[in-house]
Design a protein around this ligand. Structure first.
Ligand SMILES: Cc1ncc(COP(=O)(O)O)c(C=O)c1O
Length: 478
């Protein structure tokens, strides 16, 4: 058995680290080179949870049991390969290798971000990123925001600020017991994290009053008005409305100008969940999908969904930067104190989390190394590809899409001739795709039916990959 001192010496030995580091980078470079159907036919070598669990049992104990490259090679081989061009599933992105390297440095440094002194470089990088994102949204002055670990916390952060903004009193200190129950108007196509935020805030799930969406999953003025009236009818005071840019299941963008006018007329806070779609701001061809965003009060942007960043990195951006101090303000500092607002660099005033990883470093470094035009090209390319994929299916005639894609999300299904159970067929196809592993595709329930769902998020996916997917589906269906 090695002693603590022996292992300690090895663990922090710079030369051992150098050698291991080079071997791990070689492993990753090979993995990247092999991420294609010829070298690695399977995207996800699916294994049943229980057997995979068993196979990792007993791998660690009092003494070292393996080498770094050995265990990491196995982890790579048995994981879902998001670098593979035939990964067309959820909105979790292929990681940009440069961002992954910056992430390694961030983990090595392990600076936190909540307190400036603990992570000064990351803190100022994040401030630059927020300014840049706010500028893209059309907010040159006065905007501000923070980074959170994911869109779920991002939506919660924005809605907490919205609730304080709607109140005469200090909600953080006094709670809402003395106030009329509030309501947030939430389109049915919203991500569940929005409803969850309402419940987490103690408003109750009922506070999320649903806004009906049409066949294309957009909310209309009429449905917004109906939801507003319904909120009042059930004795709640509407304080905010959430718009999708874009929705999770189908990638549909709400008409933000329409939402903004509606919100302005009624004195509501407009929060735009642009977790997935904010990347379109970077594309001259598609940025009009976000027209009206400049009239919102807040929005979120997940760079781990649309900027090739490893998870997680969400920006929560506020048009009136002062509002960003209200979400977690133990003394509602924006209203009652000056101190914390001047300390923009101590993010602890403004985030749920205390210790935070160096999120901004990955994005800042990637932008600096590759340039913003690269990201603009990326968004345009994957949105274009979604349209080509839909056209391919239209021309083929034996597939249909749920809606014409507006972003890089495409929901579709196979219409096998003579098949009476079309929903059941999609379920079988999805299961077989998972087990075969040549493509990673997910599923969605839409308008009471079952659909296959793909997000074209990998910049190395081509139309030829998608043609191959359709062929595979036809083979499975028999
Ligand atoms: C539109 C939208 N908002 C919020 C979220 C939640 O983001 P996260 O998974 O980063 O918490 C998602 C996740 O898919 C989403 O699609």
């Amino acid at each position: 058995m090695s002693t603590y001192e022996e292992t300690l010496k090895k663990a922090f030995d710079p030369e051992i680290f150098r050698g291991e580091g080079h071997r791990v980078i070689d492993l990753l470079a090979d993995f990247l080179a092999e991420a294609n159907p010829e070298k690695r036919p399977r995207v996800l070598p699916y294994e049943a949870p229980d057997s995979l669990f068993q196979s990792w049992a007993g791998r660690f104990g009092p003494d070292p049991r393996t080498s770094m490259t050995e265990i990491l090679r196995e982890a790579l081989d048995r994981s879902n390969n998001l670098l593979h061009p035939r990964f067309v599933g959820h909105q979790c992105t292929t990681a940009l290798p440069q961002a992954a390297l910056a992430g390694l440095v961030g983990q090595f440094l392990n600076n936190s971000t909540a307190i400036y002194e603990m992570g000064p470089v990351n803190a100022v990088m994040e401030r630059h990123l927020i300014d840049w994102m706010a500028g893209l949204a059309g907010w040159e002055k006065g905007a501000d925001g923070v980074f959170t670990n994911g869109g779920t916390i991002g939506n919660l952060t924005a809605l907490l600020a919205a609730r304080q903004a709607s109140s005469e009193s200090n909600v953080w200190a006094k709670g809402t017991a003395a106030e009329a129950p509030v309501a947030v108007l939430v389109p049915e196509a919203c991500h569940y994290s929005v409803r969850r935020a309402c419940a987490v805030m103690g408003c109750g799930d009922d506070a999320a009053v649903p806004v009906a969406v049409d066949e294309r999953f957009h909310a209309s003025l009429d449905s917004l008005v109906r939801a507003f009236d319904e909120a009042r009818r059930i004795g709640r005071r509407p304080i905010a409305v959430v718009a999708n840019a874009c929705s999770t299941a189908t990638g549909s963008f709400d008409d933000l100008d329409l939402f903004a006018s509606f919100a302005e007329e009624r004195g509501l806070w407009l929060h735009v969940d642009a977790a997935h779609g904010a990347g379109a701001l970077l594309s001259p061809k598609y940025r009009n999908l976000l027209r009206g965003l400049e009239r919102a009060d807040s929005f979120i942007w997940d760079a781990h969904k649309n900027m090739l960043m490893p998870s997680l990195i969400t920006a929560v951006v506020f048009r009136d930067g002062g509002r960003s101090y209200e979400a977690f303000s133990q003394k509602a500092s924006y209203l009652f104190e000056k101190g914390s607002r001047e300390e923009w660099y101590n993010y602890a005033h403004r985030t749920l989390e205390c210790t935070k990883p160096m999120m901004g470093l990955r994005l800042f470094v990637s932008l600096a190394v590759l340039g913003t035009e690269f990201f603009s090209g990326y968004v345009t390319a994957v949105y274009d590809l979604a349209r080509q994929f839909a056209a391919l299916m239209r021309d083929a005639g034996d597939f249909e899409t749920a809606v014409e894609p507006e972003s890089n999300i495409v929901c579709f299904r196979y219409l096998k001739k003579g098949e009476t159970d079309i929903d059941g067929l999609q379920r079988r196809i999805r299961r077989a795709l998972l087990e075969r592993g040549h493509f990673y595709v997910v599923q969605a329930e839409l308008r009471g039916h079952h659909w296959l769902r793909s997000t074209l998020i990998n910049p190395r996916t081509t139309i030829a990959d998608l043609e191959a997917l359709l062929r595979e589906i036809r083979t499975i269906a028999g």
